[in-house]
Write a new protein. Structure first.
Length: 224
């Protein structure tokens, strides 16, 4: 089966960019500065309050892929190993390219994609007027079309869930966080105009997910 592994990076819009009633709604449960800061941080997790700044896609068999990422003045480039192309563009252009690409694959693989990446991509596309080419919210209890590794490794929530970093270290895979960049760094990197570094971080997440998928495929996949 031809398959692709993908991941996204998102970034919240400034709270001040929303009107007064929206700000009140978003902060309605925040009773102090700490809770307010936490509410602002969670804005990155919703397609109505955040944008997509990078989408990385890699074929686990060939290791080839592309990273679509935000950079208004960027130039296309290639990873040092020559396998992955970095393609700068607007969020709308990223989504258009994503949907063209995903349509060619029989199976897609994610880590926590069912509860984050997939609904985020579909809703964000609708907001921007981009038509999805397929339904990413497939039947949950089968890895045939969508293999969400967090679902598989926790047996659909029957067992405790861990982070991608923790799973990687447990399975002897180099953690994507080993380069010193994590999701919390996306905001400062973006504000500093270091868009390529966000794209590279997104690619490291996908490459780690590829290796985790290969472990699951070799030892735990009974649907082959």
């Amino acid at each position: 089966m031809n398959r692709v592994v993908f991941d996204i990076e998102t970034l919240a819009y400034p709270l001040e960019s929303f009107d007064e009633s929206q700000q009140e709604y978003l902060m309605r449960f925040a009773k102090n500065d700490e809770e307010r800061a936490e509410a602002v941080m969670k804005m990155s997790l919703a397609p109505f309050t955040a944008q997509i700044v990078a989408i990385a896609m890699v074929n686990p068999e060939s290791q080839q892929g592309k990273v679509f990422y935000h950079d208004p003045a960027g130039q296309s480039s290639v990873s040092p190993d020559g396998l992955v192309e970095f393609v700068p563009g607007s969020e709308t252009a990223m989504l258009q390219e994503f949907w063209k690409t995903i349509a060619r694959y029989g199976q897609f693989v994610t880590f926590n994609g069912r509860t984050f990446d997939c609904p985020f991509l579909m809703l964000r596309s609708a907001i921007l007027g981009v038509k999805p080419t397929r339904n990413l919210m497939t039947y949950r209890y089968s890895a045939g079309e969508h293999c969400d590794l967090l679902e598989q490794l926790s047996y659909y929530g029957a067992f405790r869930k861990f982070s991608l970093d923790f799973y990687c270290r447990s399975f002897g895979i180099r953690s994507p966080k080993s380069e010193g960049v994590s999701g919390q760094d996306v905001d400062p990197l973006f504000r500093a105009g270091r868009y390529q570094e966000i794209a590279e971080y997104c690619l490291r997440d996908v490459r780690a997910t590829v290796q985790l998928f290969q472990k699951w495929q070799s030892f735990l996949n009974f649907e082959k």
